[in-house]
Design a binder for this molecule. Structure first.
Ligand code: ZN
Length: 152
């Protein structure tokens, strides 16, 4: 089990964007926050619950998220609405821009160990990150569960 870690002060609200420095300046290596999001472009059955954990790394941070909710989708085949419960694990590695040498950038292009480059002075758009994962999930479920649609 992980030891308890501090929530960042903003956690009382539903944080959509967080300043990277607020995470990287924390003394504790792990920061976490809870949020819930509703999206303009994705239909969900109520807001999506997100539990974020930020692990400070040597030159960046790794964002872990648990997204829980329910997608309201429309079957690509019969056009009927249907629901897909989601329980997704997000795992994204971010490396601070300033810490990258041009050699790192070259290596990154050939590497399978993918990471995103992040401006340490900037913000992390958590809602957008959640949205990317939810869109991928909805693409994994293009059809409803009826046999004639599912096996089409
Ligand atoms: Zn269908």
């Amino acid at each position: 089990m992980m030891e308890p870690s501090p929530d960042i002060p903003l956690s009382a609200q539903s944080v959509e964007r967080v300043k990277v420095l607020e995470i990287s300046r924390q003394k504790h290596p792990i920061t976490q926050l809870q949020a819930q999001y509703s999206f303009a472009d994705i239909k969900t059955d109520g807001p999506v619950q997100c539990h974020w954990r930020f692990h400070k790394e040597h030159v960046g941070l790794t964002v872990y998220g648990e997204l829980k909710g329910c997608l309201n989708l429309e079957c690509a085949r019969c056009l009927e609405p249907y629901q897909v419960p989601v329980d997704l694990q997000v795992n994204e590695r971010f490396v601070f821009e300033d810490s990258l040498t041009s050699k790192d950038k070259e290596r990154e292009l050939q590497s399978e160990d993918f990471y995103e480059v992040l401006d340490e002075e900037g913000e992390l758009d958590l809602k957008d990150l959640a949205q990317q994962f939810l869109i991928l999930e909805s693409l994994n479920h293009p059809n409803c569960e009826r046999a004639e649609c599912r096996f089409a």
